[in-house]
Design a protein around this ligand. Structure first.
Ligand code: EPZ
Length: 430
């Protein structure tokens, strides 16, 4: 098994190119099932969540051609199954988008409950409520979600909680339902807007995405299209934090600065210099930070998927900072790993209090989940000494080519084969 080795202390400088958005790609790929045609999708990120989703569609009869590293053609005319077995679904959280897409195509779906990062309970009650309001029955048996509808009929759906996944799943089931669907209290993340734009490119009629009311007029048929995925807001934010904590000067290219506003605002608040251009953003830092408070919220609030990353900066900020997690009920598990690196943090449920320390020190740590893993990289980059990170397949799920991208910026980071280590140790012992 591989792990990452980072020798900390290098200032990051230079330019980095952001890839396509993971959370848009894993919604758009299943959405291609809604037409019996060919879709060409560009700016696809090269990450394991995307390859898992592509494998699932292949398994269901779609034929997928890699045009190049970042573009695929999906021909869904051969899709002949509405079943997604556990072996395929367990690999990624977003596998549950296949329920909405298969309902929209076949009015039937049988999908194993998803896997994905574990930071507290991840219910799907809002998804099921939406499907039922559209006229489907949806039950959970043997860890499979069984959904079925004679006819899907447009309906008013009020979301008790803002949910990205449920908003996406209801959109997928509603675009070919009969009549008007109105989603109230909808999620407004950039990837919701990207999915709506993709569906409209296929001939759907989705209006209001990006606001808290999305209106969908059902259409009979959808057709193939060509579409380019937006840049990844969270990948960009991760490189912004890495540049900041190392006292670096980095130009982050291929971004939509508007999507990064809440991240830029918090970095400016703690003393980092941010310069916005049309499609790039520059981060300059002297490595000294004022303490600040952060509350994660649904978009346009500070993204929960940036919470572990900014917590690394607050671990070395001057003074006491408070982070309040407003989306998930248990997203501070990585704090134990930061404490191993010398951070002074107290966690109580969804609140974490950071007493800034002068520096972090390298240590063997693990990635508890995708964004916690990204935070461990950021911590290793600014720590004195060597950090080794295990369970890095979490990070491979959501960050394309990150070792090369960080090395390009001057980081001393590389992958190491863990098995070799174990073997050498056994030989030495023998
Ligand atoms: C998506 O997860 C993202 N994943 C997550 O990013 C992200 O943290 C989250 O949205 C919030 O932005 C993907 O897009 C693949 P939610 P999702 O439904 O859809 C509760 C990453 O790092 N809820 O918006 O699962 C839920 O418990 C990943 O890329 C219900 O109560 O999140 C949570 O408290 C990690 N019932 C809140 O809503 C439901 O039926 C928000 O969850 C659904 C959700």
């Amino acid at each position: 098994m591989e792990k990452l080795v980072i020798h900390g202390g290098n200032r990051l400088s230079g330019e980095v190119e952001i890839s396509g958005a993971k959370n848009a790609a894993v919604a758009i790929i299943p959405a291609t099932l809604l037409c019996q045609d060919v879709c060409r999708i560009e700016n696809i990120p090269n990450i394991s969540d995307v390859s898992c989703m592509i494998k699932i569609l292949n398994n269901m009869g779609a034929s997928i051609r890699m045009i190049n590293k970042h573009a695929i053609e999906i021909d869904t005319r051969g899709v002949n199954s509405y079943i997604v077995p556990y072996e395929m679904a367990k690999k990624l959280r977003a596998s549950y988008y296949l329920i909405g897409a298969l309902l929209g195509r076949f009015k039937r779906a049988k999908v194993a409950l998803p896997g994905g990062c574990n930071f507290g309970v991840r219910p799907i009650d809002l998804h099921i409520k939406g499907f039922e309001l559209l006229g489907a029955t949806a039950t959970v048996e043997n860890a499979m979600i069984n959904a079925y509808a004679d006819t899907l009929i447009g309906s008013a759906v009020y979301m008790d909680k803002v949910s990205v996944g449920a908003t996406i799943n209801i959109m997928l089931a509603a675009v070919k339902a009969r009549g008007l669907t109105i989603i109230e209290n909808a999620a407004k993340e950039p990837h919701i807007v990207d999915l709506a734009n993709f569906l409209n490119a296929m001939g759907a009629d989705v209006r209001g995405a990006g606001t808290d009311v999305i209106k969908i007029h059902g259409v009979k048929e959808l057709h193939g299209c060509t579409y380019s995925i937006i840049p990844d807001q969270i990948e960009a934010g991760t490189y912004m934090l890495a540049a900041a904590v190392t006292g670096g000067d980095v130009l982050i290219k291929n971004v939509i600065p508007k999507h990064l506003e809440s991240i830029s605002a918090k970095l400016i608040e703690c003393g980092v210099m941010i310069t916005e251009y049309d499609e790039s953003i520059r981060v300059e830092s002297n490595g000294k930070f004022k303490h600040i408070n952060v509350k994660t919220m649904p978009h346009p609030g500070f993204p929960t998927d940036m919470q572990p990353q900014i917590s690394v900066l607050l671990s070395i900020a001057n003074g006491t900072s408070i982070v309040s997690e407003g989306v998930w009920d248990n997203r501070f598990r990585y704090a134990d790993q930061l404490i191993r690196m010398g951070a002074n943090v107290q966690v109580d449920g969804t609140i974490a209090v950071f007493q800034g320390v002068s520096e972090l020190t390298g240590a063997p740590v693990r990635a508890d989940d995708l964004r916690a893993g990204a935070a461990m990289i950021i911590a290793g980059l600014c720590a004195r000494g060597t950090t080794e990170i295990e369970d890095i397949d979490y990070i491979d799920r959501g960050y394309e080519n990150y070792v090369e991208k960080f090395r390009e910026l001057g980081a001393d980071i590389y992958r190491k084969n863990f098995a070799d280590d174990e073997e050498n140790k056994n030989h030495a012992a023998g």
